[in-house]
Design a protein around this ligand. Structure first.
Ligand SMILES: Cc1cc2nc3c(=O)[nH]c(=O)nc-3n(C[C@H](O)[C@H](O)[C@H](O)COP(=O)(O)O)c2cc1C
Length: 331
């Protein structure tokens, strides 16, 4: 057991990645925490975020709970919700925000930053974060990753002081994967896609089926309207249509996404979530909103971002999150 995980109060060095847009809410985060890992509530509109954080804390019965903040969508109310709900850890992703780091740390919260390279790791540490999550190219969702996880982990480990906690993310789906990253120097494993395929995740039922059936992912910019950051998704009708020549998507679509970046920062998250329901695979204006339970009929899966890491082909069932924690910790 790593000393970092012990210090945070975890039984197992297993962290469930915060998955935004309503995918990881209180039931999943609390189930992971109650099972001895660290569960994380993903970002959503501030009032709902605050309610989910409080619910997760109540359901986790005294175990540590984390919150995830996607910086492009951050409002002051999100930071307030983290402080007032009493979460133990906050993970930042999608940019840098030294003032947010200072506010959270002043409230006694452990702040981790997700990074892809040694340069970003240096920058995050200069901002004052307590630790880092290194994302490898295998990771699902939005990534900065430039190297496969093993190489990225080594590059960051070589760069930062020994005492800095460094967690590893990307393609981790079973106990052997967790054991491997710990042996390679990680303080804990951060796992997203495997926790999407659980009973407690709020992924659309068709999305959960796609995770079981699918294995092919693409690292793209296609679902970038409002947030032009690279992301790894399962292939679907939209990627089949628009990513055949270039996995990143057509140049015109990427230019439109780049121009739409400021729009994403001012639009409430709810607008992105609603837009995802009316997207169509033939119209390449595709937002990052993921398909969630109750979010529409199966046809929305053809044109929404089905975020998934490269380990997806090794996920064979939807299970209770506590069982997944145990399996991940058993390597
Ligand atoms: C569906 C999904 C949503 C994600 N959303 C977020 C997010 O809101 N914030 C964040 O920091 N990372 C997010 N990530 C990335 C994870 O933090 C983590 O890097 C990734 O899940 C690790 O790879 P894996 O999915 O192969 O386990 C997301 C990943 C997935 C699969």
């Amino acid at each position: 057991m790593s000393s970092w995980a012990e210090r945070i109060g975890l039984e197992h060095p297993v962290v469930q990645a915060g998955m935004g847009g309503g995918l990881s809410t209180a039931p999943l985060a609390a189930a992971v925490s109650a099972a001895g890992g660290l569960g994380t509530v993903g970002i959503m509109p501030p009032r709902a975020f605050s309610a989910e954080l409080r619910a997760a804390r109540a359901l986790a019965a005294g175990r540590p709970v984390a919150a995830n903040l996607l910086l492009p969508f951050l409002r002051r109310a999100h930071v307030r919700a983290c402080v007032e709900s009493g979460v133990t850890v906050v993970v930042l992703h999608g940019g840098f925000a030294p003032r947010v780091v200072a506010t959270l740390r002043a409230a006694g919260i452990v702040v981790l930053q997700q990074v892809g390279t040694a340069t970003e790791a240096r920058r995050a540490l200069a901002d004052g974060v307590d630790g880092l999550i290194v994302q490898g190219l295998e990771a699902g969702g939005h990534t900065y990753a430039a190297l496969p996880l093993r190489a990225a982990l080594r590059a960051v480990r070589d760069e930062v002081p020994d005492r800095t906690p460094v967690l590893a993310a990307g393609g981790i789906v079973d106990g052997a994967d967790v054991a491997r990253v710990l042996a390679e120097g990680a303080d804990a494993a951060v796992v997203g896609t495997r926790f999407l395929a659980t009973e407690e995740s709020r992924a659309h039922p068709g999305y959960k089926r796609a995770l079981i059936d699918g294995s092919r992912t693409v690292d793209t910019l296609l679902f970038g309207f409002g947030w032009p950051m690279r992301h790894r998704v399962l292939v679907n009708a939209a990627t089949d249509r628009w990513c055949r020549r270039d996995p990143r998507g057509p140049r015109a679509v990427r230019l439109l996404s780049a121009a739409s970046g400021p729009l994403g920062r001012v639009l409430p998250l709810t607008v992105m979530e609603l837009a995802a329901r009316v997207q169509h695979p033939t119209i390449p204006v595709l937002t990052p909103g993921p398909p969630v339970a109750g979010g529409g009929p199966d046809r929305i899966l053809r044109a929404t971002a089905l975020y998934a890491g490269q380990g997806v082909g090794r996920i064979g069932d939807v299970r209770p999150a506590a069982e997944v924690v145990r399996a991940l910790a058993s390597g």
